[in-house]
Design a protein around this ligand. Structure first.
Ligand code: GLY
Length: 362
């Protein structure tokens, strides 16, 4: 039996993948789909999220983006849940001379990597997105970037797992149980509801517990807090994902089919703090308004704070580690990287395995 510790988008995708391949699988999580996956915006944007020092992450992101069309189609077919998966690109916009120069540099870098991007004037940006601020002076369009609603994805994965009769046990794993070199199960914390089982035994333990992976297995994963808000508009304000740098911080807006507009996200190094703060909300709204002034008219529907599981190099940890299999440390890219992570854990995509091998921290 394969035991997946962690019921976020990564753990559930792995369990779905393994169960469909005929493996016996169990998932354990005290509150499935409630952590970083619940907070995430769902940008599938390896191109517009790329930074100069993160080419390995870009390769992983592009490989996973290629998997998303079939992953989304199969998940919809098996669960019957619409995912709001869209491939309409990301528009990265700039205001000042410095921002424009940075966009030019980024465009040249992407060109060198063979990534399809289009440099646009301010007017061309506003033709694509009429609600953009008049002060936008230029932009970079990454047409292949996509996005999806992560809350629908986890709902769909739980439905698909239920159809495959994969147990999802609502309990917290507190300790890894070792037999010699190998991890052969976990100890569980007592539960308020349901029959209490002290341990779960397994042939293989796959640790996909996000920020909690550090505590359980001593892996180098730390929480990076992200506050993120959901606004509602009767008619969509944008047709694609828009992002920009405002007051030195990156802000993005992701439109959904049902009129939701996601505005994200802060990046705060505050440990396991998940408080929503007045300052966080203020900064998100202030910066979003610089990009699209009309956001202040929208209904404020939801604000949450999630914890990104981040590694020192921002690349996830996927593969063998001290007797178990890791699938954690996905930082800003858990939703994007979920299909690839599931494939790697299932033994595919061997040529990419080295890039995210936990062995690099051995
Ligand atoms: N992927 C965007 C974020 O983590 O905020």
């Amino acid at each position: 039996m394969d035991l997946v510790v962690g019921g976020g988008v990564v753990g559930l995708s792995i369990a779905w993948r393994l169960a469909r391949a005929g493996r016996t699988v169990t998932v354990v999580d005290p509150a499935p789909a409630s952590g970083a996956s619940h907070a995430a915006a769902g940008m599938l944007a390896p191109v517009s999220e790329v930074t100069y020092t993160e080419e390995p992450l870009l390769r992983l992101g592009l490989a996973s983006l290629r998997r998303w069309p079939s992953f989304a189609a199969e998940l919809l077919a098996e669960s019957g849940v619409e995912l709001d998966y869209r491939v309409d690109g990301t528009l990265d916009v700039a205001f000042g001379t410095d921002d424009l120069a940075a966009l030019d540099e980024l465009a040249a870098f992407m060109d060198k990597l063979g990534l399809p991007v289009e440099r646009l004037t301010g007017r061309e940006c506003r033709r694509l997105e009429p609600m953009l601020a008049p002060s936008v002076r230029g932009g970079l369009l990454a047409p292949q970037d996509a996005w999806v609603d992560p809350r629908r994805v986890t709902t769909a994965l739980l439905a698909a797992l239920s159809k495959l009769r994969v147990p999802v046990i609502r309990a917290r794993a507190t300790e890894l149980l070792r037999e010699g070199e190998a991890v052969k199960g976990v100890r569980l914390a007592p539960r308020e509801a349901g029959p209490y089982q002290e341990v779960l035994e397994a042939d293989r333990v796959i640790l996909a517990a996000g920020v909690w992976s550090g505590e359980l297995a001593g892996v180098p994963v730390r929480p990076v807090k992200g506050q993120i808000m959901r606004l509602h508009s009767p008619t969509p304000l944008l047709t694609r994902c828009v992002r920009g740098t405002v007051h030195g911080a990156s802000v993005y807006l992701v439109p959904r089919g049902d009129g939701e507009l996601v505005v994200g996200a802060t990046q705060e190094e505050l440990g396991f703090d998940t408080r929503v703060t007045a300052g966080g909300v203020y900064e998100l709204l202030r910066d979003a308004r610089e990009l699209v002034p009309g956001v202040t008219e929208l209904e404020l529907a939801d604000v949450v704070a999630g914890l990104r599981p981040s590694t020192p190099d921002n690349v996830p940890l996927i593969g063998p580690w001290q007797g178990l299999t890791l699938a954690t440390g996905h930082h800003r890219g858990g939703v994007l990287l979920a299909p690839l992570t599931a494939a790697l854990v299932a033994g595919e995509e061997g040529e990419l395995a080295e890039l995210c091998s936990p062995g690099r921290y051995a």
